[in-house]
Design a protein around this ligand. Structure first.
Ligand SMILES: NC(=O)c1ccc[n+]([C@@H]2O[C@H](COP(=O)([O-])OP(=O)(O)OC[C@H]3O[C@@H](n4cnc5c(N)ncnc54)[C@H](OP(=O)(O)O)[C@@H]3O)[C@@H](O)[C@H]2O)c1
Length: 238
């Protein structure tokens, strides 16, 4: 049974993968993660000693199965990171309404259920600091009429994060990281990239390192709870 593990959802690629690797390479905490599709990153994490559970949260009973697997594998948790996400536009949702359900399942229902079910494992940690960190989106505070469903679900995640911060204080800190542009998606056109870059005061594609910097800060802080930490290159300044 693992002690003081850090649990990260959706760590098979990109930001989640980067965070899991940083924990494995730079801390003594074991890593437990979820992934949906087999990707090179999954094998990479397993080779580094992480334990991965394959799960599609859209499947019936997936959350309960995962919770049982965690309870059978982990004796205590140092931190939980809600990273798994689906990014769909309202046009995508109009073509396939299951995407709406998927976003609310992954961004709202899953973090809510995990926060409740995993509290005893966080309580069992002998670490002085224990954390829940939700990766939201800096645009939860902005208007965007192309991503109404996505932002509604991420806004709900932001809201539940604040309320769990109050409920679980002072033992467990509960915070959000609110990214702006971090990594472009495969297939983004150069026109789209240019448009996104001009929306930040710091017009770069920074990469997952900046989310790791934010996560490290939150994990090491003894006095920060209930916040949403923007990592967005000053998007509100434009
Ligand atoms: N990248 C950015 O610039 C950016 C900007 C704002 C916010 N964020 C937030 O930062 C976090 C990481 O972003 P990212 O770009 O690294 O995300 P990503 O590449 O889309 O990865 C998200 C992971 O979640 C998994 N996932 C999604 N739906 C799932 C489901 N129903 N069941 C199981 N797993 C599921 C995916 O599995 P599969 O690999 O099988 O698809 C994927 O590996 C997300 O919360 C995102 O909203 C990112």
């Amino acid at each position: 049974m693992l002690q003081n593990a850090i649990f990260i959802t959706g760590a098979g690629q990109r930001i989640g993968l980067f965070l899991a690797k940083q924990v494995l390479l730079h801390t003594d905490y074991p890593v437990v993660f979820t992934y949906r599709s087999e990707k090179p990153g999954v094998a990479e994490l397993i080779a580094l000693g992480a334990i991965g559970f394959q799960v599609d949260f859209n499947q019936v009973n997936a959350e309960q199965t995962l919770i049982t697997q965690l309870q059978q594998t982990v004796a205590s948790l140092r931190a939980v990171v809600h990273n798994a996400s689906t990014w769909a536009s309202d046009e995508d949702v109009a073509n396939d309404f299951t995407l709406y359900d998927s976003m609310f399942k992954t961004h709202v229902e899953l973090p809510y259920r995990l926060n409740v079910a995993l509290k005893p494992l966080l309580d069992a940690s002998d670490s002085a600091l224990k954390d829940i960190v939700a990766i939201t989106d800096t645009s939860v505070d902005l208007v965007n009429d192309q991503h109404i469903a996505y932002l509604a679900s991420k806004t709900a995640l932001n809201n539940l994060t604040k309320n769990f911060a109050k409920k679980y204080a002072p033992e467990i800190k509960v915070n959000a990281i609110a990214p702006g542009l971090i990594l472009f998606n495969e297939g983004d056109t150069s026109e789209y990239k240019q448009k996104r870059l001009t929306q930040s005061a710091i017009p770069i594609e920074p990469g997952a390192i900046v989310i790791w910097q934010a996560l490290e800060y939150l994990l090491n802080s003894s006095y920060t709870t209930g916040i949403s930490l923007p990592v967005d290159g000053g998007k509100n300044l434009i």
